[in-house]
Design a protein around this ligand. Structure first.
Ligand code: CAO
Length: 423
């Protein structure tokens, strides 16, 4: 039995943030019923299409292990079916633009009336306040959550990151809120509303920069490269390039082949505990005892010189050789892996972190499997559903529609063109 087996999720999510959350719940065993607009579906099905006519990777990689029901939640029969779904499900998850659910007639009050045990989980761009009504996408959240202003180089513009901390990050936050509310419901017998704002999620992941903001009020941030370079600090936490975010200085350094390979780099951390080994490896043994080099504090104003010397050494090795030499010495380093290298990493397939998934329209594709491993609840990744693939199945098995009633619902047009005849 899977950890969340028996939990039914009414999945009203779309694009990335919400689907990330419900995909995780599906992987843990919940029955996720994805509600999609008839004939249209989640907009990502047809975004960034690489195989004409097939669901895009954007959609397939975010919607594994779910069932799809087409339902027009704005017409009368559609509302009736949605009401039945709210009665039957444990959790409703949505990330519509602010107010959309209310405009459909399904306010939190109405949902509680229909099913007091229902947990309503919502993602919005911003929490309550002056921006509460805004539509928000990933990069807006990265900018509003403090990530962009603290990412990039000091002399360049703010940067967004490749990691989707606004969308997938908030989806993760919401998933935790949902299982917490489910746990609480065991004792209280009641559902509750779970809200996660993308700005808040990004800020939570950027909290070390708010730490630095407050430290800055007490004096310069001595571990930032700019300190050693003699560049004065302004009022706000600055962008720190590839400086390490913690107390152990680190940088991205060139490795052999960097002239032609954009990813021939390593991250190299001069952890205090292994400073002497670093000196030996790079061929500067006298730095171990030279005045001004022996303690981490002494070294802070020399980080550029130190990393330039380490880079002279890393440039003579490939990023994997750097790893092979430094790891046995406990010197923390990490190769900059390209997506191509990751996609070819057999070790990641062995753990299920990468999976190859068969799909009837697009053939086999690679996806990221579940990054969280439960020893008693292993994840089997099942391909994403085609639009409306399970409409009839859900109407019959979950909602108990049959005979004339089923025909009435199907005939009303509220559930799209039903592809599979119900038994
Ligand atoms: N049947 C009938 N109508 C449906 C429906 C269904 N099954 N599913 C959705 N709709 C309707 C909604 O009710 C809404 O109608 P109204 O505008 O009349 O209320 C309409 O479709 C559009 O929904 P939307 O406003 O949520 O979608 P959008 O494409 O305009 O905006 C987004 C997308 C992501 C900007 C917005 O949903 C949003 O801000 N969401 C919250 C934040 C979020 O999750 N952002 C991350 C997205 S991933 O980058």
């Amino acid at each position: 039995m899977k950890a969340l087996e028996g939990v039914k999720i009414l999945d009203f999510t779309h694009v990335q943030s919400g689907p990330t959350c419900t995909q995780l719940l599906a992987w843990f065993g919940a029955d996720v019923l994805k509600v999609e607009r008839p004939g249209v579906g989640d907009a990502t099905r047809k975004q960034l299409v690489d195989v004409p006519g097939a669901d895009s990777l954007y959609f397939t990689m975010l919607n594994h292990n779910k069932r799809s029901i087409e339902l027009n939640s704005k017409n009368e029969v559609g509302k009736e079916v949605l009401t039945r779904l709210i009665e039957e499900c444990d959790v409703m998850v949505e990330n519509f633009a602010p107010g959309a659910l209310d405009r459909m007639g399904f306010t939190w009050e109405r949902i509680q009336e229909i099913n007091p045990r229902m947990i309503l989980a919502s993602i919005k761009g911003f929490g309550p306040g002056k921006y509460a009504d805004c539509k928000v996408y990933e990069n807006v959240a990265q900018c509003a959550g403090g990530s962009a202003s603290t990412t990039g180089f000091l002399d360049g513009p703010p940067l967004v990151t490749g990691a989707q901390i606004g969308d997938s990050g908030t989806g993760l936050h919401l998933a935790l809120g949902i299982v917490t509310a489910l746990f609480h419901r065991e004792k209280s017998g009641r559902g509750q509303k779970v809200s996660a704002a993308m700005q808040d999620g990004v800020l939570n992941l950027t909290r070390v920069k708010l730490r630095d903001q407050q430290r800055l009020e007490k004096g310069p941030l001595t571990e930032y490269s700019q300190f050693g370079e003699g560049i004065p600090f302004g009022e706000a936490t600055p962008r720190a390039g590839n400086d390490s975010g913690g107390g152990q200085p680190g940088r991205i350094l060139k490795c052999k082949g960097w002239e032609t390979d954009p990813n021939a780099y390593t991250y190299f951390i001069t952890q205090a505990a292994v400073w002497e080994k670093v000196c030996d490896v790079i061929g500067e043994p006298d730095w171990k005892t030279r005045e001004g080099y022996t303690t981490p504090k002494d070294r802070l104003d020399k980080l550029n010189e130190i990393f330039a010397r380490i880079e002279e050494w890393t440039m003579t090795k490939t990023k994997f050789e750097v790893m092979d030499i430094c790891n046995p010495l406990d010197i923390p380093v990490g190769p900059i892996l390209s997506m191509k290298e990751i996609a070819e990493d057999e070790g990641l397939y062995a753990t299920g972190t990468l999976v190859k998934v068969a799909h009837p329209e697009r053939g086999e594709y690679i996806s990221v499997g579940c990054p969280i491993k439960l020893s008693d609840s292993p994840v089997e990744v099942v391909r994403s559903p085609l639009l409306g693939e399970h409409t009839a199945e859900i109407l019959a098995d979950v909602l108990g529609y049959s005979g004339a009633e089923l025909n009435r619902v199907i005939g009303s047009g509220a559930v799209g063109e039903v592809k599979v005849a119900a038994e």
